[in-house]
Ligand binder design. Structure first.
Ligand SMILES: [Fe+2]
Length: 207
């Protein structure tokens, strides 16, 4: 709950402007035991994870298009703007910050934080999750990165180096996960590239 609105209401208002029309429906379903507040939270989380994101589309394209990947790593804003990629028919809108893509390898795992506040590439990943803005995440990302990742269920082997990137007002990072072994054989590659992979609190794809 926030400001008297339900989770679905808040999400609906932000995304679609339908808060008031759905609140009675949610209230009815909850009252009759057909829906629990946790169900809505989980649904919202799932939608944020797997919705159409520019980030997912550009990573999927980079996996299969070496020329685009090279351009992306050099100047992401320019490469994405020139890629012709759209989300729901809307072209990419560069913001007044530089986007940097960092690539995971067998020996390096990247993940992203904003230690100062909550700088985040909204135009690539949508709204930042609440935990990303928390003091605990921001502090522990720097001082206890491996322990923090463990709490996301991610164990990074000691032989793999962990690199933490501190996004700020001018530069915002996203992580390029390692490509699936046979990307050409996987349909809808972009659906594999979730928000958490691009923040770096996950490392492997759900195949
Ligand atoms: Fe920030």
């Amino acid at each position: 709950m926030a400001g008297g609105l339900s989770a679905l209401g808040v999400y609906g208002t932000l995304k679609f402007g339908f808060n008031t029309s759905l609140m009675p429906v949610e209230h009815f379903l909850t009252k009759h035991g057909l829906l629990k507040p946790d169900d809505i939270t989980r649904l919202v989380e799932h939608m944020d994870q797997t919705g159409d994101l520019f980030g997912s589309k550009i990573i999927a394209k980079a996996w299969t298009d070496p020329e685009f990947k090279s351009a992306l790593m050099k100047n992401a804003n320019k490469a994405i703007s020139e890629s012709g990629i759209t989300v729901n028919g809307i072209p990419f809108q560069p913001e007044n910050y530089e986007i940097r893509v960092v690539e995971n390898t067998e020996s390096v795992h990247h993940f992203v934080v904003c230690t100062l506040c909550s700088c985040y590439p909204i135009n690539l990943l949508g709204n930042a999750p609440e935990w990303y803005k928390s003091l605990e995440y921001r502090y522990r990302a720097i001082y206890q990165p491996r322990a923090l990742l463990e709490e996301f269920g991610l164990t990074i082997p000691q032989e793999v180096k962990v690199k933490v990137h501190d996004s700020n007002r001018d530069i915002r990072y996203i992580v390029m996960p390692q490509a699936p072994k046979k990307p050409a054989g996987v349909e809808n590659l972009d659906a594999l590239v979730t928000r958490d992979l691009m923040i770096g609190v996950r490392r492997t794809l759900d195949l």
